[in-house]
Design a protein around this ligand. Structure first.
Ligand code: AHM
Ligand code: MG
Length: 332
């Protein structure tokens, strides 16, 4: 009914998920539970992230934790936290993670969902106290439930995602996600330990005046991209590049702008990974009215062929992405 569809700013993530489940009847609530599992792991990772500087002090003194293990790096810790939450939750049959070379088969053949995750992206920013993020995609397995998982369950194009999201560990921690019915953003209230709806039905501006690209690699860019960047400068657009994909994407989503991680002559597929970086953000971008391509094609339509496949990424305000693509098409 209409009243339950209305967003109420300030409602908790748990209530919001529950309400969405009632409105759109996700199959028997498992997806809802899975989203809650991810949110819980996020809170734990958020806590660890906030302590990062302190644990480094501990690390410097050779401090070990209660189990007698040496302090681990935060990206490894985040991977453990998310994997554990997804394993315990019981809804997931397989995980693809940036931190693991192979698919993690949870041997849970009743799990309906496959999750692709970058537990802590922008890891070079951890040590310098700059925003970092988590990125996740959720797929429904395609082979029958109860049977062993197959490659086709994992290698699905982004247009098959049933949900995707990211967490930004920034000046506030935010969780932004979509289940294919728009995008909603939640801000974490530290003292209450709850995410609250702060950005209902997020829409990205159609156009923008910010471009985000690592210009240090300019000499290796394709001629069309060089021209596009020169055009941005001629128009006196602002250059903003944090070097944390989630943070750069989030800013451009709210304010308008384009994020580019292009192919270069050194790296013909760019740097970012299709399965657990580009796809989730592309799904969110499109749901917010923005767009995402590899310079030529829609990211969500790329059929993956390998687990850690890379893709160039042009993502953000629609007008800007379209224009960048037309520059690329003119001069390859
Ligand atoms: P990571 O997965 O090793 O953290 O690398 C991904 C990160 C993105 O967050 C960021 O946008 C990009 O790498 C920055 O790369 P570069 O330093 O080449 O500009
Ligand atoms: Mg990454």
């Amino acid at each position: 009914n209409e009243s339950s569809l209305a967003y109420s700013v300030g409602e908790t993530l748990d209530r919001f998920i529950k309400k969405k489940q009632d409105d759109f009847s996700y199959a028997s609530g498992e997806l809802s539970q899975l989203l809650r599992d991810i949110a819980l792991a996020t809170k734990i990772v958020n806590r660890e992230t906030n302590r990062a500087g302190l644990s480094n002090i501990g690390g410097a003194f050779g401090q070990t934790n209660v189990q007698g293990e040496e302090q681990q790096k935060l990206d490894v810790i985040a991977n453990i936290r998310f994997t554990r939450a997804l394993t315990k939750g019981g809804e997931v049959c397989a995980i693809v993670s940036e931190e693991d070379d192979e698919v993690i088969d949870l041997q849970n053949s009743s799990g309906k969902y496959v999750v692709a995750i970058d537990p802590l992206d922008g890891s070079s920013n951890i040590d310098v106290n700059i925003s970092i993020g988590t990125i996740f995609s959720i797929y429904r397995r395609v082979t029958p439930i109860g049977s062993p998982i197959q490659l086709e369950d994992i290698m699905q194009p982004g247009n098959k995602q049933v949900a995707a999201g990211y967490v930004l560990y920034g000046s506030s921690t935010m969780l932004v996600y979509t289940t294919g019915c728009g995008v909603n953003g939640f801000t974490y209230e530290q003292s209450l330990g709850e995410f609250f709806l702060s950005h209902p039905d997020l829409k990205g501006p159609e156009n923008g005046k910010v471009y985000s690209v690592n210009e240090g690699s300019y000499h290796h860019f394709r001629p069309g991209l060089k021209k596009y960047i020169e055009t941005c400068k001629d128009r006196e657009y602002s250059a903003r590049y944090i070097g944390s994909l989630v943070a750069d994407f989030h800013r451009n989503l709210l304010k308008g702008g384009i994020y580019i991680y292009p192919e270069t002559d050194k790296n013909p597929s760019g740097k970012l990974r299709l399965l657990y970086e580009a796809n989730a953000l592309a799904f969110i971008a499109e749901q917010a009215g923005s767009s995402a391509t590899d310079g030529e094609n829609r990211i969500l339509d790329i059929q993956p062929t390998s687990l850690h496949q890379r893709t160039p990424l042009y993502i953000g305000s629609k007008v800007m992405v379209d224009e960048a693509m037309s520059f690329l098409a003119k001069e390859k």
